[in-house]
Design a protein around this ligand. Structure first.
Ligand SMILES: Nc1ncnc2c1ncn2[C@@H]1O[C@H](COP(=O)(O)OP(=O)(O)OP(=O)(O)O)[C@@H](O)[C@H]1O
Ligand SMILES: [Mg+2]
Length: 521
């Protein structure tokens, strides 16, 4: 038989089987029909030159990330990839826009098909939507519809698809999400079941406008951080070669309102990473902490803000328990001072979270801790290798001030009066003002740039005067204390040198003195 005849016979066989399926659906009772249908579908697949893969939206009770990836990928290939869209002119698309999202997502309508070409191989995608059978009882309610994609490929292309096409789709969908600036902000909350199948993080779309362009800080420091982040993101090979986990730790410290949280948002926007904002007070113990970590995705920033507020995570000695562990009380004592059993996150638990074997579940993760009081932190948290970069976010200096003026008032250096600029330059550092306070003044007067600048200068000057006063008072106090100390010392010295010292000091006369007194009498 010729090859073409073979394929014709096969095609007619497959067609016949499909026809039988339809007849069966009409004639037989449901139970029998189902069994026959299964049998015929199998038979059809045996003779078919195609192979099919089902990618369902929900895998058991977990959401299937591959489903979302395929949806995003196909949505972009319909709109971006010209070759595909032109061959799918008749495809019906559904349009969705998620709350807070700026972009519209195109998706395949129910039971519609689309072709895609990968490395010269054509594949067919079908979006299958069927009604779910009514559940008598379920721990977790399921959606009414069962959705999934079916991928149809030629049997001979199976290896190519399994080896690289699906990976390509996942990578591409992540890229699309980042390009759409659609990042997610996750947070954990207490009481969420942490069994192996559910997701302990709640997420919202993250659209923070802070970027490195809007961040007012020392330009050199900013450049270094950006370089470090870029090297990290491109450093897969380096981390592999050196045997290090592909992760990096940042400790941001400084007074409130100096831009620590803004820097984290800028980092996420710069790299296109998601943020996991870990609320440590909601975590009951180390094992829960580990489970949370296991459920974080790659390309993410895991943040623990205000770590200094977790008292027992600070100086080790203070809260050392009898068994040698370091305890953290996340407010779990129920007011009676009695701690609920098993409710503690220890410092070593936290260090394992950032540094131990578990920290490299997934890869490409950045850990960021923030604190207002670096001096309170335990040295174990600070040692090199743990927090790779310590970034001090300090009071506003002149370059940062100029950036804020530019961002808030669109005032360039050359637009401004040289004398005013000089005044600002001279007093900004001494004023010890935070970028948050500067922004406050500028926002208040943003409709009138001149007024904003005037007010800013006067605020700076006021602060300088206040600071000088308080420094003067402090100095005086110190001098006063020093003076008193000196006077006391002088007195003591005199007392020591005086021949009557024993009298003064000890309150008795020695024998010699008594004799002299007698003589005088
Ligand atoms: N360096 C900065 N550059 C630009 N804006 C800043 C900067 N620092 C603070 N701001 C402004 O002040 C606000 C508060 O800043 P942010 O929350 O980042 O401070 P923080 O250091 O995290 O404070 P805290 O220690 O209280 O958490 C921000 O919304 C931002 O508008
Ligand atoms: Mg903050």
């Amino acid at each position: 038989m010729k090859m073409s005849d073979y394929w014709t016979t096969m095609a007619s066989l497959v067609g016949m089987l499909a026809f039988c399926q339809t007849i069966l659906q009409l004639v037989f009772p449901p139970e029998l029909r189902l069994a026959f249908l299964h049998f015929l579908t199998r038979l059809r697949h045996v003779f078919s030159s195609h192979i099919y893969f089902d990618i369902t939206e929900i895998d058991g009770v977990n959401t299937n990330e591959l489903y979302n990836a395929v949806q995003l990928y196909l949505s972009s290939s319909v709109t971006v990839n010209g070759a595909v869209s032109s061959s799918n002119n008749n495809t019906r698309l559904s349009l969705t826009r998620v709350p807070n999202s700026s972009s519209v997502t195109f998706g395949l309508s129910n039971n519609d098909r689309i072709t895609d070409v990968f490395n010269g191989v054509t594949v067919l995608w079908e979006h299958v939507v069927v009604q779910r059978q009514v559940q008598s009882f379920s721990w977790r309610p399921m959606p009414e519809e069962k959705r999934g994609f079916t991928l149809q490929i030629n049997k001979r292309d199976k290896a190519l698809v399994l080896d690289s096409y699906l990976d390509y789709i996942v990578g591409k969908s992540e890229e699309i999400r980042r390009r759409n600036e659609e990042r997610l902000l996750y947070t954990n909350s207490r009481g969420v079941s942490l069994d192996a199948r559910s997701h302990p993080w709640d997420s919202v779309r993250f659209k923070h406008p802070s970027t490195f362009d809007t961040l007012a800080m020392d330009p050199e420091k900013k450049k270094r951080i950006m370089e470090d982040l870029r090297e990290f993101a491109n450093g897969q090979g380096f981390y592999q070669k050196t045997g290090r986990a592909w992760k990096r730790g940042y400790l941001l410290y400084g007074p409130p309102g100096t831009g620590k949280s803004s820097l984290i948002a800028a980092m996420a926007n710069y790299l296109g990473y998601d943020i996991y904002d870990l609320e440590l007070t909601e975590v009951q113990n180390n094992s829960e902490l580990r489970k949370l970590l296991m459920k974080t995705s790659s390309k993410s920033i895991i943040v623990i803000e205000d770590i200094d507020c977790s008292i027992s995570l600070t100086k080790r000695g203070k809260n050392k328990k009898k068994n040698g562990s370091y305890e953290y009380d996340p407010g779990l004592t129920n007011g009676s001072g009695l701690e609920e059993p098993g409710s503690s996150v220890t410092l070593s638990g936290l260090l394992n979270f950032t540094d131990g074997l578990w920290s490299c579940c997934g890869s490409e993760k950045i850990f960021v801790f923030t604190t207002n009081h670096i001096e309170k932190l335990d040295s174990a948290l600070m040692r090199s290798g743990r927090m790779d970069m310590h970034v001090h976010m300090g009071f506003c200096k002149f370059p940062a001030l100029k950036l804020l003026l530019k961002n808030y008032l669109r005032l360039e250096e050359e637009d401004m009066d040289g004398v005013v600029l000089k005044e600002m330059e001279e007093c900004v550092e001494e004023a010890e003002i935070t970028p948050a306070d500067v922004s406050e003044v500028l926002i208040r007067n943003r409709s009138d740039a001149e007024k904003a600048v005037r007010e800013l200068v006067s605020v700076l000057k006021e602060r300088v005067v206040k600071r000088r006063k308080s420094v003067g008072l402090k100095k005086k106090k110190e001098e006063g204390e020093e003076g008193e100390e000196e006077a006391e010392e002088e007195q003591e010295k005199r007392a020591l040198d005086s021949p009557n010292r024993n009298r003064e000091v000890f309150g008795f006369q020695d024998e010699e003195d008594e004799e002299e007194d007698e003589k005088e009498k």
